[in-house]
Design a protein around this ligand. Structure first.
Ligand SMILES: *Cc1c(COP(=O)(O)O)cnc(C)c1O
Length: 451
């Protein structure tokens, strides 16, 4: 069937990753797909370690004391907890299960920050008992924490989370009046509370806005100290951008993509797409935050430590997701519908009215030299029209065949499991860890099913 290149969306390849290509090139994905009998996620913990080290390096280069807390919601795998525990990195949790998992893997309570709104009793109790740092989100929550500190006879370590003036519609944090009351309450609570500082978490990826807000928190610390409170650290949350693709491809995609290039004429608001290209990203974004308004200097002068909670940025290039092609259907209008052996719930952009844009890569079971390019969208093996992994028509190098694999690159940050569901009783895709210590490459399951 003739497929016109023009019917496909402009290409958006992920940055080349020769090391990962070498890992995928030796038949490992085909072997795992056969063994596991369904889609799976590959995890590359060395990349996580390297990303973590890059953030710490930026802090020490700038002469700023601080700590990196991995925002656990970005990916549930156990291996990240092991890595944080071993390297002494912190973990940011927002639910009792996340806290249990972190502690269970050896992350020390003192290295955990607890965020999230209206935290449940069980979460707060364990957090106080384990000496975690609690980012207080509301005045009633502060009362709850003080009461728990008194019943457990353990001082509660708290940060006061500020409602960002730049994002007044956020549902998180305390406004200026509430902060004032919270500070008075902390001072009055005496030994029940150690008020260690302030926090915020901003939507978006603006480094300038983060530096500005961080500077304001430094001033708040200085004021809080006048009341006899410790106030010697601030947390600037997460939101360090990930750079998935190069500037040229991204600009062309935004310029040329249109509804005809999507299955069923679907359209997404460009503003809802993740910014897949960012000239300043990851640890580089932290460097930019520290340089703006001389934040680094202000932190040093004020003796304020900088805490940060990156999720996505620590997982950059630390994993990918592999589906098997189950069927291919040609549409007379010049494209195909590829159905894979899983669902779009393993590629979570639904909450953002969006789709994951880095192009999937076809690994043909039988490479065919003379093949014609083929435009296709990608659907899940479910009975819902809306279960599409990729609505847009991606130009694949050849018409896929059942048994071929389709690899979605760089999915560890939020794509793998935040929206996962065993819909249709499809099993959740297992996570396979690729270990490279000791020279060779070996794989294992992230969580053993019998453990
Ligand atoms: C989600 C979240 C993060 C992590 O955000 P990323 O964009 O993944 O870096 C950090 N802190 C808080 C409070 C969050 O809610």
């Amino acid at each position: 069937m003739a497929v016109t290149r023009t019917s496909a969306a402009p290409p958006l390849p992920a940055h080349p990753d020769p090391e990962l290509d070498a890992t995928l090139g030796g038949g490992l994905p085909q072997e795992l797909s056969y063994a596991l009998g369904g889609p799976f996620h590959l995890l590359l913990p060395d990349r996580f370690d390297a990303n973590l080290a890059a953030f710490s390096e930026v802090l020490s280069e700038a002469g700023v004391e601080g700590r990196v807390y991995y925002a656990k919601k970005a990916n549930k795998a156990a291996v990240w907890m092991d890595r944080c525990a071993l390297s002494g990195a912190g973990v940011d949790v927002a639910a009792a299960g996340e806290l249990q998992d972190a502690l269970g893997h050896g992350v020390r309570g003192e290295n955990v920050v607890v965020t999230g709104p209206a935290k449940a009793e069980g979460l707060l109790r364990v957090a106080v008992l384990q000496g975690c740092l609690i980012a207080v989100d509301a005045l009633d929550e502060l009362e709850h924490v003080i009461a728990l500190a008194r019943t457990t006879a353990r001082p509660a370590r708290v940060l006061l989370r500020r409602l960002p003036p730049a994002q007044p519609h956020s549902r998180f944090g305390l406004d200026d009046g509430q902060l004032e009351s919270a500070l008075a309450r902390c001072a009055e609570a005496g030994e029940a509370v150690v008020m260690e500082g302030f926090s915020f978490h901003l939507s978006g990826y603006d480094t300038e806005q983060r530096a500005q807000s961080a500077g304001e928190l430094v001033d708040l610390c200085l004021k809080a100290r006048v009341r006899g409170l410790r106030a010697d650290r601030i947390s600037i949350g997460g939101g360090f951008a990930v750079d998935y693709t190069d500037a040229g491809h991204w600009a062309r995609f935004l310029r040329e993509q249109r509804p005809e290039q999507y299955h069923a004429g679907k359209s997404f608001a460009p503003a809802d797409f993740y910014p897949y290209h960012s000239p300043v990203a990851g640890a580089g974004a932290l460097r930019a935050v520290l340089e703006a308004h001389d934040l680094a200097g202000r932190l040093r002068t004020a003796g304020v430590r900088l805490l940060l909670e990156p999720g996505r940025a620590l997982l950059d290039r630390a994993g990918c997701t592999v589906f098997r092609v189950q069927g291919v259907k040609d549409r007379p209008s010049g494209y195909g519908i590829v159905t894979v052996d899983g669902s779009s719930l393993s590629l979570s952009e639904q909450w953002f009215n969006s789709e994951y844009l880095p192009d999937p890569v076809l690994l043909p079971a039988r490479p065919d030299g003379g093949a014609e390019p083929y435009a296709a969208c990608v659907g899940g093996a479910t009975c819902l029209e809306s279960d599409m992994l990729t609505w847009r028509k991606v130009l694949l190098p050849a018409r896929p065949a059942p048994g071929d694999l389709l690899v979605y690159p760089n999915t560890a940050g939020y794509q793998m499991d935040s929206n996962e569901s065993p819909f249709h009783e499809l099993p959740l895709p297992p996570k396979v860890v690729v270990d490279t210590d000791g020279g060779g490459t070996r794989w294992r399951l992230d969580r053993h099913p019998l453990a």
